[in-house]
Design a binder for this molecule. Structure first.
Ligand SMILES: N[C@@H](CCC(=O)N[C@@H](CS)C(=O)NCC(=O)O)C(=O)O
Length: 223
C-alpha cells in the first residue's frame, strides 16, 4: 500500500446517521481530511445488512473508520482513537476529572438517548408492537428525557459558556449536535432546553459543523 493510501482516513457513513455525523464533526474539528464511503441504510432494506458490509462491521452499523489497515467501529471509540492518535485540536480536556465529565455528557447521548431512536430498534418495535405504539412519540420521549437531564447539568456550569467545557467545542458537542438534528427531524420542541439550544446555535456557525451536516454530505437526498 502506498504511504498516502495507508494513512488515508476513510469513513463509512450515511448522511442521516447521527452516529456517523459525530465522527464527521470530530474529524473536521481535528482538521483531518477524510474520504467518505456512503452506506445506504434504507435502500433495498439497507446496505448495512448485506454480506459485504457485515464483513467490515459484523454489527451492521455505521460509522466505521478505516485507517492504516485498521477497521474501527463505534463512534465513541473512533473519536477517542482520533484524539489519541492525532495531537492537534484536542476533543477532550487534559484533567482526568474534566475528561470524565465530558465523556459522561457525551455518553448520555450515545448510550441513553440514541440507541432508543435507532432504525433497527424502531423497525423491531413497529413489527412487534403494531399500531399501538407511536414510534415518533417513543423516540421523542427518550430524547426529551435525555435533554432534560443534559439541560440541568449545563445549567449547573459556572458562567455562560458557548460550549460545555472550555472555549471550543469538543467531544460532547460532537455527540450533542447530531442528536439535536434528530430531535428537530422528529419535531421535538427544543425551546424547553435553552442551554442546549445556545450551544447548538454557536456550533452551527462553525465550518467544522457546517461541513459535517447531513444535508452537505455527498450521499444526501433532498427532502
Ligand atoms: N453505538 C453505535 C451506534 C451506531 C448506530 O446505531 N448506527 C446507526 C445509524 S445512526 C446504524 O447504522 N443503523 C443501522 C440499522 O439500524 O440497521 C455508535 O456509536 O457507533
Amino acid at each position: 500500500m502506498k504511504t498516502e493510501e495507508a494513512s488515508l482516513l476513510q469513513l463509512y457513513s450515511y448522511w442521516r446517521s447521527s452516529a456517523a455525523y459525530r465522527v464527521r464533526i470530530a474529524l473536521n474539528l481535528k482538521r483531518l481530511p477524510f474520504q467518505t464511503i456512503p452506506v445506504n441504510l434504507v435502500k433495498q432494506g439497507g446496505e448495512q445488512l448485506g454480506e459485504a458490509f457485515r464483513a467490515i462491521n459484523p454489527q451492521g452499523l455505521v460509522p466505521v473508520l478505516r485507517h492504516e489497515g485498521l477497521v474501527l467501529t463505534q463512534s465513541m471509540a473512533i473519536c477517542e482513537y482520533l484524539d489519541e492518535r492525532f495531537d492537534q485540536f484536542p476533543l477532550l480536556p487534559e484533567d482526568p476529572v474534566d475528561r470524565a465529565r465530558v465523556r459522561a455528557m457525551a455518553l448520555q447521548v450515545a448510550c441513553d438517548i440514541h440507541p432508543l431512536n435507532n432504525l433497527r430498534v424502531n423497525k423491531y418495535i413497529k413489527d412487534h408492537c403494531g399500531e399501538n405504539l407511536d414510534t415518533v412519540e417513543w423516540m421523542s420521549h427518550w430524547m426529551r428525557k435525555g435533554f432534560t437531564a443534559i439541560e440541568q447539568q449545563l445549567g449547573e456550569r459556572a458562567g455562560n459558556r458557548r460550549v460545555y467545557y472550555g472555549e471550543d467545542p469538543g467531544l460532547f458537542e460532537c455527540f450533542l449536535i447530531p442528536q439535536v438534528y434528530n430531535a428537530e427531524r422528529y419535531g421535538v420542541e427544543m425551546s424547553a432546553f435553552p442551554a442546549v439550544v445556545q450551544i447548538v446555535a454557536h456550533c452551527r456557525t462553525l465550518v467544522a459543523f457546517e461541513e459535517a451536516a447531513p444535508e452537505n454530505q455527498l450521499d444526501a437526498v433532498p427532502v
